[in-house]
Design a binder for this molecule. Structure first.
Ligand SMILES: Nc1ncnc2c1ncn2[C@@H]1O[C@H](COP(=O)(O)OP(=O)(O)OP(=O)(O)O)[C@@H](O)[C@H]1O
Length: 229
């Protein structure tokens, strides 16, 4: 179980996240949607610990990780796929995935990762920088999975990806959820992707969660209005 309680974060004097609360069950995909600048990336960065939170708790299976550094949070089961993917362009595909293995003590890429992303096995020896955007996104997800997480955080995985591949990313997230029973939190702006992938949708405006819907009872028009510029 992943729980965020009254999380706030600020850049200097400017508070960007206000009392965020969410609970994500194993096997659940929760999407946080909102327009540019509403605080989605700040939320992700605070959860993984690349940015400190100001107050609140981040609970992984009942223990608060909010005072821990990022690598310690990864050891506790959090994994992060950053916006823009941030893969290592000069390293091979295999080496990129191996960077995620460090906390597990394993040295070989688990076969299930290559089963989820067969293209990465095929391109194992290629440099990450030579992959297409969609393939790099798969690589970033594979690298995150290599740490054998309980909670997977993804920041705008569809950014810069062509529509047909966006569908594939939604499909693979659901496969990962089913295979590993993970808690998945994904920040997004692409409504079709969210409707495809998420079990629950939270809307963020100006650093607060202002609306929440389960997928089966979603009010698409209401969510679209929040996303309209
Ligand atoms: N390093 C920073 N210093 C100061 N303010 C920042 C910094 N990064 C982001 N902000 C501000 O915090 C707010 C939230 O930004 P954030 O990047 O979290 O939004 P977002 O919803 O992820 O948007 P996007 O989709 O563009 O990434 C914005 O007002 C932004 O200008």
């Amino acid at each position: 179980m992943f729980e965020v309680r009254n999380l706030s974060a600020a850049y200097g004097q400017s508070t960007v996240l206000h009392d965020i609360n969410m609970a994500v069950k194993p096997g659940e995909i929760v999407a946080v949607v909102g327009r540019n600048g509403m605080g989605k990336s700040t939320l992700m960065k605070s959860l993984i610990g690349v940015m400190p939170s100001r107050s609140g708790q981040i609970m992984v299976d009942g223990s608060d990780v909010s005072a821990l550094q990022s690598h310690q949070r990864v050891a506790k089961g959090l994994a992060y796929v950053p916006q823009g993917r941030q893969i290592f362009g000069t390293m091979t595909v295999k080496e990129n995935i191996e960077t995620g293995l460090v906390v597990t003590g394993k040295s070989d890429v688990p076969p299930e990762i290559y089963s989820l992303f067969p293209i990465l096995r095929e391109f194992e020896k290629r440099r990450g920088g030579n992959l297409s955007g969609g393939q790099q996104q798969q690589l970033a997800i594979a690298r995150a999975l290599a740490s054998d997480p309980k909670i997977l955080l993804l920041d705008e995985p569809t950014e810069g990806i062509q529509p047909s591949i966006i569908k594939d990313i939604a499909k693979v997230l659901k496969e990962i959820r089913d295979l590993k029973n993970l808690c998945i939190v994904v920040c997004e702006q692409v409504l079709s992707f969210v409707l495809d992938a998420a079990d629950r949708i939270l809307v963020m405006e100006n650093g607060s969660i202002v609306h929440s819907d389960t997928r089966d009872r979603v009010d698409e028009a209401a969510i679209a209005r929040f996303l309209a510029v």
